[in-house]
Design a protein around this ligand. Sequence first.
Ligand code: HEC
Ligand code: HEC
Length: 288
Amino acid sequence: MMKRKIYNTLLVAGISAVCFSTVSVTAAPVDDTLVIDEEIEITTRTAPPEGHPLKEVISGWHYRTPETRALETDTFQNPGYLGIEQGEEIWNTVEGTEGKSCASCHGDASESMASVGATFPKWHEKMSKPVNVELQINYCRTENMGAEAYKFDKGGQKPLTAYIKNQSLGKPVEVDLTAGKMQAWFDKGKETYYKRTGQLDLSCASCHEKNNGNYIRADHLSQGNVNGFPTYRLKQNKLISLHNRFRGCIRDTRAEFPAAFSDELMGLEVYVTWRGTGLSVETPAVRQ
Ligand code: HEC
Ligand code: HEC
């Protein structure tokens, strides 16, 4: 709407690039530390893994307003926790022909799923591809419960994914690129990341690598890290899944966007998750 209008104006004017502006005082990521419930220390800035193009890896939290940042420091204030509670309920609910819940096999998630969320996407032998938490849930539903797979963003997919990731709150993100064919998926994802697309001819890197810290319209561009997903977006008043965010960003370049969980977006998830190596899981992060 507003966005569309601005882009249309740019296109009408025959300008193919979006204008990025640096607003002097507030442009840099803010210097602040994130501690949740005065207890859980969150790593929001860290040294990059070898081969990373940036000098420092920084969470999107640093680019948000003081009010938005504050919401994440307190689990009672953070509206994303309603989704976490929903996820816990689903975890314990029997579904499917086998008469099982997630808890029937995995027990207490705070034990069985501690740190698990920080290691996705990971190589799945039987599916012979990398899976994210969403696809692992679907796998367990169809193969272990006799239940139907959730469709993208439907049913319990977002709350259950958020619940599992939240068990790793504060744990460092780490993807194992040595398993199976992970490296090939990483390479494919990297290609997607740098490929310019759409009528605006922008790549992920145009915004999140070259221009992080700058403003695009009213948005303070972050590095586009994924450690807070699913995130609670204040604009939309709900949890937003990672592939929804990817698709939104691609749509903003006025390109066709790939299907959720397509090979293209799974490769991208492997690569972008690696870019945030060492940041703490923040799920459910609060964003604008
Ligand atoms: C009948 C037992 C069973 C049920 C029920 C079940 N799972 Fe699983 N789950 C497994 C097994 C076995 C594995 C490991 C091997 C695999 O992926 O097939 C697994 C793996 C996982 C993993 C990956 C763990 C890791 O260390 O990487 C997650 C996450 C998971 N399940 C979530 C769920 C959720 C959420 C539900 C409910 C929707 C569920 N499971 C229901 C048996 C089950
Ligand atoms: C036209 C600029 C633009 C392009 C191109 C773009 N994004 Fe974004 N992206 C944004 C804006 C604006 C936001 C919201 C503010 C922020 O966190 O940067 C955002 C947010 C994100 C976030 C959420 C960050 C967080 O902390 O929650 C992720 C992840 C992301 N983008 C990934 C990507 C990927 C992957 C691509 C390439 C497919 C991409 N973006 C392309 C503008 C862009």
